[in-house]
Write a protein that binds this ligand. Structure first.
Ligand SMILES: Cc1cc2nc3c(=O)[nH]c(=O)nc-3n(C[C@H](O)[C@H](O)[C@H](O)COP(=O)(O)O)c2cc1C
Length: 188
């Protein structure tokens, strides 16, 4: 089923987290209630589905390429992501993609912790992503990845550092986020 984007933005509660866990292939294994409320799919529709079920066509491939390269290599990464609900509405989130390991130290799942992306960050990121999409349509993803890496390198950082600079999270935000991460990791 192809969902048509509505261009309507879903207003997120900045104090709530949209959480999910996947297997190593990116198939969803767990979600929290706020995820269900916002994406408008049922739990049955989500569990076992590939995580691109909520992919928005405005998202450049380059971002997911960098994200997968990072987590496959055991490195957490933060990315700004535009997601699409089942009815075509969208929402922007800052997402911490994190690896989890079993007792022997082997990576056994991935987790994503999402919070509403502040308007100011979306205003900066949206034109960059549009540029990456254009490049991808014309010249493919390899070229857009190069463009992105060059863009952030010019600012003396990598993608992760670029996002961290854009969004300086307060001590309280980080404290609450870490608490949610612990809770979700233990209980779901
Ligand atoms: C833990 C985890 C969470 C993810 N969350 C999202 C998400 O919120 N939105 C999204 O579009 N892709 C998410 N992905 C990435 C998807 O697996 C997929 O790579 C992406 O949607 C691009 O889809 P495509 O490869 O079919 O183009 C997530 C992956 C992992 C491992």
């Amino acid at each position: 089923m192809r969902i048509v984007p509505t261009n309507k933005e879903i207003k997120l509660n900045p104090r709530k987290y949209i959480l999910s866990t996947t297997d190593l292939k990116g198939n969803i294994t767990k979600v929290n209630d706020y995820f269900l409320e916002i994406c408008k799919y049922t739990k049955d529709e989500l569990i076992g589905a590939p995580h691109n079920i909520i992919r928005h066509p405005d998202m450049p491939k380059a971002i997911f390429y960098l994200m997968w390269e990072s987590i496959k290599n055991g490195k957490n990464i933060t990315a700004v992501v535009k997601n699409m609900a089942k009815n075509g509405d969208h929402y922007w989130v800052i997402t911490d993609f994190e690896i989890r390991r079993d007792q022997s130290g082997k990576i056994n799942r991935y987790m994503a912790f999402r919070q509403a992306a502040p308007k100011k960050i979306v205003a900066t990121i949206e034109p960059l992503y549009q540029k990456l999409l254009e490049i991808e349509k014309m010249d493919g993803m390899e070229v857009s990845v190069k463009y992105l890496l060059n863009y952030v390198a010019e600012q003396g950082t990598d993608y992760n550092g670029y996002i961290a600079k854009l969004e300086k999270r307060s001590a309280l935000t980080l404290f609450l986020l870490n608490k949610a991460k612990k809770l979700f990791s233990n209980n779901l």
